[in-house]
Design a protein around this ligand. Structure first.
Ligand SMILES: C[S@@+](CC[C@H](N)C(=O)[O-])C[C@H]1O[C@@H](n2cnc3c(N)ncnc32)[C@H](O)[C@@H]1O
Length: 311
């Protein structure tokens, strides 16, 4: 049984998932920074790109951006909830002709031909959710790509601070008074999360050494009970990801850790920056530069982004 795939199917098909995911940039500053970084990377690399495969494309944050540029995009995802939201947003943008929606799992890309798409991309961790098949999924994405690959996966180093900071997401709340249920939960639970916190060195060691906790057994148990746990998530080290891509022939590889700079800034200051248009623009531009530095890329906020060339 492929539990990763089953768990993703159950989690991402929860009916309001598409709606919630499509609102992230209105709610959290780290998501604004990350989206900005990915968008800039894509837009810098679309010359000569006519066809794109977006793997785990979700509610269409990046597939719609490319369809609006006249590029033909295959929007591939495991979840009806995400696909439905993406279809709704695409219809509003009037770019239906440029997008083909496909429901499917990344674990099986056998229906696509070698070099079928100029650019293959996958953002915000779908590949990490295919553990233990993450490496063969990357190999398949490279097989169906012709010119370029841009993917972001879960960063092992970047996700470790969560293990010692249960209130980390609070740092990125944009508006304390908004209606978002997660924001409300974070604010209401703040004191309890701090009071109940104990630093667990063994857990940190396991994540640092293996990139996964207990082989996903906790998630599998929850799934078997009929619950919808978070996906089994594999965290990559930067050199590991680079070596996987090299092994399958990718050239001119560069890495980035979107959000590495922002995570050094406290919430009061981040909010001030985001509320001033010029400062926000400058901050996002500088973060893009800083977060591409090879010495900080591992500490991106959740994601490790990699760009490479296939020819
Ligand atoms: C965090 S969302 C990111 C969505 C989009 N790439 C973005 O950046 O906005 C992860 C997406 O991966 C999809 N996904 C998870 N596991 C998958 C799998 N095995 N095959 C295909 N899609 C998957 C989910 O349905 C969800 O839409």
């Amino acid at each position: 049984m492929n539990y990763s795939q089953k768990i993703s199917e159950r989690l991402w098909n929860i009916s309001d998932k598409g709606e919630l995911e499509s609102k992230r940039e209105q709610t959290f500053i780290d998501d604004i920074v990350q989206k900005n970084h990915i968008e800039r990377t894509i837009l810098e690399n679309i010359e000569g790109i006519n066809t794109v495969f977006d793997a785990g494309a979700g509610s269409g944050r990046f597939s719609i951006l490319l369809a609006k540029k006249g590029i033909k995009v295959t929007h591939f995802d495991i979840s009806d909830s995400m696909l439905d939201k993406a279809k709704e947003l695409v219809a509003k943008e009037n770019v239906l002709d440029n997008i083909t929606f496909v429901k499917g799992a990344l674990e099986d890309l056998s229906s696509y031909k070698d070099k079928q798409f100029d650019l293959v991309m996958s953002f915000d961790s779908p590949i990490s959710y295919t553990y233990p098949n993450h490496e063969s999924v990357i190999k398949e994405l490279i097989r169906i790509g012709k010119k370029k690959i841009i993917i972001s996966v879960t960063s092992r180093l970047g996700s470790l601070p969560y293990f010692s900071n249960p209130i980390q997401k609070n740092q990125f709340i944009l508006d304390d008074n908004c209606d978002d249920t997660w924001v409300k939960w974070l604010i209401n639970s703040h004191d309890k999360l701090v009071d109940n916190f104990n630093f667990n060195k063994d857990l940190c060691d396991e994540m640092l050494e293996r990139g996964i906790i207990n082989n996903g057994e906790y998630e599998i148990e929850e799934y078997k009970k009929g619950n919808a746990p978070w996906c089994i998530t594999y965290g990559f080290m930067p050199d590991e990801l680079e070596n996987i891509l090299k092994k399958f022939g990718v050239k001119n590889i560069s890495l980035a850790g979107p959000g590495a700079f922002a995570r050094t800034v406290p919430n009061e200051i981040l909010k001030k920056i985001m509320l001033n248009e010029k400062q926000k623009r400058d901050f996002l531009e500088f973060s893009y530069k800083f977060d591409k530095n090879q010495y900080v890329c591992g500490l991106g906020k959740d994601n490790l982004l990699v760009y490479g060339e296939l020819e």
